[in-house]
Ligand binder design. Sequence first.
Ligand code: NAP
Length: 517
Amino acid sequence: MTQTKTKPTPTQARKNGQPGGPCAMVIFGASGDLTKRKLVPALYNLCRQGLLPDSFAVIGFARSSLTTDGFRRAMREDIKRFCDCTPEPGLWDWIESRIHYVSGDATEPASFQALRAQLAEVERDHGTQGNVLFYLSTAPEHFGTIVRQLRDAELTDEKRGWRRVIVEKPFGRDLESARTLNADLRTVLGEPQIYRIDHYLGKETVQNLLVFRFANGIFEPIWNRRYVDHVQITVSETVGVESRAGYFDHAGTLRDMVPNHIFQLISLVAMEPPISFEADAVRDEQAKVLRAIQPMSEEEVLQRTVRGQYGAGRAGEKDLPAYRAEKNVAPGSSTETFVAMKLGIDSWRWKDVPFYLRVGKALRERRTEIVVQFRRPPFSLFRGTSVEALTPNRLVVRIQPDEGIQLQFGAKIPGATMRLGTVDMDFRYQDHFGAEPATGYERLLYDAVLGDQTLFQRADMVEAGWSVVTPMLDVWSALPPRNFPNYAAGSTGPKEADALLERDGRRWHEPEPPGSP
Ligand SMILES: NC(=O)c1ccc[n+]([C@@H]2O[C@H](COP(=O)([O-])OP(=O)(O)OC[C@H]3O[C@@H](n4cnc5c(N)ncnc54)[C@H](OP(=O)(O)O)[C@@H]3O)[C@@H](O)[C@H]2O)c1
């Protein structure tokens, strides 16, 4: 009997820890920051884990006039700084021998002919079989131009192998520009060829949210408005704007963080169980959540959103100048470095359960977490005891640092009187599974090579996110300039963010400082 050898599906390949099939990866923007800090270290980590195909090659593309040798030398130096480990010479040599460079300009057709020739060469030398993963790691204004140039150079048609394009963030700056970019990409590529990346989804804890919710029978029955009082998402950084002011001062925290990272987290917390882990089954459910976020009227934007900008102070053991005094920030800038808001989700599961978000720079600590706070039990049993002051049950999903999951509940303090305290069941990833060096891009690159779009955003998801955020941007831009700064670097943010919850009788979750009883 003859057996036909079938190609494993992405799910089977991942389950068996198999590398993806032969392919070349072209990085547009190869002389930039992302390539050296994240992409090349992620490729090295994948190689260490045996997840890169044998028939593999990388082609860097940028205007800088480098040779392949010069680019290899630069990557060899950079990997030592950015891979969080000492690169093993054998492994690095393997990758390095597969790295090539094309010096070209995204606006010039001749550069794409040079790229085409280089692709033919790596196909011959490395057996990449015509499969190509293009990674757009340039400023977003080049995204549309690059895909059109790829089409004109006949590099996007899939007659001789698959062609996929990873698109970096930011994906648009409002609903209209996101729609335009989607339309630009779609004139050249089919949706199954487009991989809109959000590196938050490369984080283990974020992926674990799906497993935690749907592989454990005990949480799903209480994961709804009957038992959940509210949800909080905090993304707090200690760093200021650093070297990104040129981009950031035109974007602000709302655009930079909310429609992408934070909405991905909300969709994973709030989605219904998908019927499978196939890409569109998962993304259909995520998209439904994003479409169900209540749109805000002008009045509601004023009541339910808070903007902040940091003043001088000390955060993360560094003295920071006020945002307006940072290099490349416009004097008198009204760009927000902090946002808090209260959102509602119009679904049977979440009606009347507020989702509070806060995200900002130059804050007291570096912390990304999701807190699901459950309703309090009825009090009559403990009336007159200290239980009324007890914190309700909370499930805290820590995304960074110290990734883990913590369940807080009340317990009796030993002794003759009825005194209660709050205790934690705490699971730390590092204790159970150890820590592998990772940039967060490994899983996403691996998935793109396998052809699995589950952790990439679909056009409708991106547009649904911008539909929520754009009215906020419109209301804010119509207001007179804010009297910024309104919080000091190293604090927990503006007072109005605390007031947002206090009005509802709630407080932001602040973990106990280390060493407290
Ligand atoms: N850096 C990060 O950690 C990070 C994180 C998340 C998302 N991102 C996103 O990733 C993308 C890249 O970020 P980055 O920080 O690497 O930016 P970057 O350091 O400014 O690099 C931009 C790259 O684009 C190239 N480039 C510019 N104009 C070009 C042209 N006309 N033709 C060909 N290449 C051109 C530049 O090289 P030449 O000057 O040599 O041409 C450079 O290699 C951006 O969309 C950013 O928002 C970055």
